[in-house]
Design a protein around this ligand. Structure first.
Ligand code: 13P
Length: 257
């Protein structure tokens, strides 16, 4: 892959079910101050944070004038209707969201989301003008039984089948389940291997666009390992959980981007 074709680096914080009005205000203030202090030092990577739904208005208010984008962590696959408790893409758009995470492993494992449902959510997000961050990843048992490629391949193919060439308008995130919140990071080599496999799958169908696909790594990314991960040719940034809740850590990861 040539430098010219490489997508921009992107670092996204996934706050999961953490935060509160006061906590968020302090975190965002520190992040914005940190980014401002570093401005001009080197070309910054793209930065975004994804909060729980109730705080999207707060993100819109605080981040509108900044370079930081924001998004949600889930969305319903329907346009509108009798879906009590659900949130639509248009509602996220009302609050200025640029991104929405779909298919996070916690949603697949804890809320029974299938790859087909994830694909439908990704399609709806694109139709509504949002960028879906589509997560794929294998469990430890799947990795240890040599099934990593078949598992992430099946997860990606469901989205590819549904979106076709529009897949290149998404962000793809490889998050090995065994590395999420465990402190165990995939080594840069392990992560690169899967990223290259995923990009290769896209390239099999859309050779011209595959190089430009933004592919993030997620799973215990910390200031100490971010630079090494991001240096790999097929890793274009990170999806950050725990470390995104600590301004200094998040800023250090952004600085590695
Ligand atoms: P951690 O960075 O806490 O391992 O979480 C990763 C993740 O799930 C981001 O979506």
């Amino acid at each position: 892959m040539t430098q010219r074709e490489k997508p921009a680096r992107l670092v996204v914080g996934n706050w999961k079910m953490h935060g509160g009005l006061a906590e968020n205000a302090a975190l965002l203030q520190d992040i914005l101050a940190g980014l401002q202090a570093k401005q001009g030092a080197r070309p910054a990577c793209l930065v975004a944070v994804c909060s729980p739904y109730p705080y999207l208005g707060q993100l819109q208010q605080v981040l509108s004038e900044s370079t930081v984008a924001w998004g949600a962590q889930n969305v319903n696959e329907h346009e509108r209707g009798a879906f009590t408790g659900e949130v639509s893409v248009d509602m996220l758009a009302d609050f200025g969201c640029r991104y929405v995470i779909v298919g996070h492993s916690e949603r697949r494992a804890l809320f029974g989301e299938t790859s087909e449902l994830v694909a439908a959510k990704a399609e709806r997000a694109l139709e509504g003008g949002l960028i879906p961050i589509v997560c794929v990843g294998e469990t430890l048992a799947e990795r240890e039984s040599g099934r990593t490629e078949s598992v992430v391949g099946e997860q990606l193919r469901a989205v590819l089948d549904r979106l076709g060439p529009k897949i290149t308008n998404t962000v793809l995130a490889y998050e090995p389940v065994w590395a999420i919140g465990t402190g165990k990071t995939a080594s840069p080599e392990q992560a690169q291997e899967v990223h290259a496999f995923l990009r290769g799958l896209v390239a099999q169908r859309y050779i011209d666009q595959a190089a430009g696909l933004q592919l993030l790594y997620g799973g215990s990314v910390k200031p100490g390992n971010a630079a090494e991960l991001f240096a790999k040719p097929d890793i274009n940034g990170g999806l950050i959980g725990g470390a995104a809740l600590v301004a200094k850590d998040f800023l250090d990861i952004v600085a590695a981007g």
